[in-house]
Design a protein around this ligand. Structure first.
Ligand SMILES: Cc1cc2nc3c(=O)[nH]c(=O)nc-3n(C[C@H](O)[C@H](O)[C@H](O)COP(=O)(O)O)c2cc1C
Length: 165
């Protein structure tokens, strides 16, 4: 049976909590990027999660060793989907930019992006790198301003991902 793995980086625990909810919905393991190694990439679907810090930067643990892990890999034949947690009101121009960075990194190593999500029903006027027309490149979440919408978004996205397995 096809296998999915969630790999996430989180500074204050927001993305970690979402990663665990997502892993429960997908019936798979959630691995902190701190504890990941090449064997963590041994899955048909990699579900990569990051919060965004600075202005549009990846979460700290993804920097360096985290991105190096992806850069060293051949992800041809694998599927990728990325999610992120950010602040769409405070950082509309860089809302969940880290999602775009992870998608670009993984597709650059040969993975196929299966995580695009409709950009409808978001409160903020988002204009960050996660935007791709009427879709987002992955699933951007906002636990600061729109936490009440996270459950429905996770359910919809996880069903979309399961259908690819
Ligand atoms: C200094 C600072 C910079 C931030 N920069 C961004 C940003 O550029 N884009 C964004 O969407 N969120 C930004 N955020 C919001 C965080 O990503 C958000 O609080 C997130 O929930 C943290 O998740 P974590 O606990 O998993 O790291 C920033 C927050 C702080 C305090």
């Amino acid at each position: 049976m096809a296998k999915a793995t969630v790999i996430y980086g989180s500074t204050t625990g927001m993305t970690e909590a979402v990663a665990q909810r997502l892993a429960a919905l997908l019936g798979c393991e959630a691995v902190n990027i701190n504890a990941a190694d090449a064997s963590s990439l041994d899955a048909d679907l990699l579900v990569l999660g990051t919060s965004t810090w600075g202005v549009g930067d990846l979460q700290d643990d993804w920097m360096g060793a985290g991105t190096a892990l992806l850069e060293a890999a051949d992800l041809s034949g694998k599927k990728v989907a990325a999610f992120g947690v950010g602040d769409s009101m405070g950082f509309a121009d860089s809302f969940c930019d880290g999602v775009a960075t992870l998608v670009e990194l993984a597709t650059g190593k040969g993975a196929a992006n299966v995580g695009a999500f409709p950009a409808a029903d978001y409160d903020g006027a988002v204009s960050s790198r996660v935007c791709a027309g009427d879709q987002f490149l992955g699933l951007p979440l906002d636990e600061t301003n729109e936490a009440d919408k996270t459950d429905a978004r996770l359910e919809k996205w996880s069903a979309q991902l399961k259908a690819t397995l």
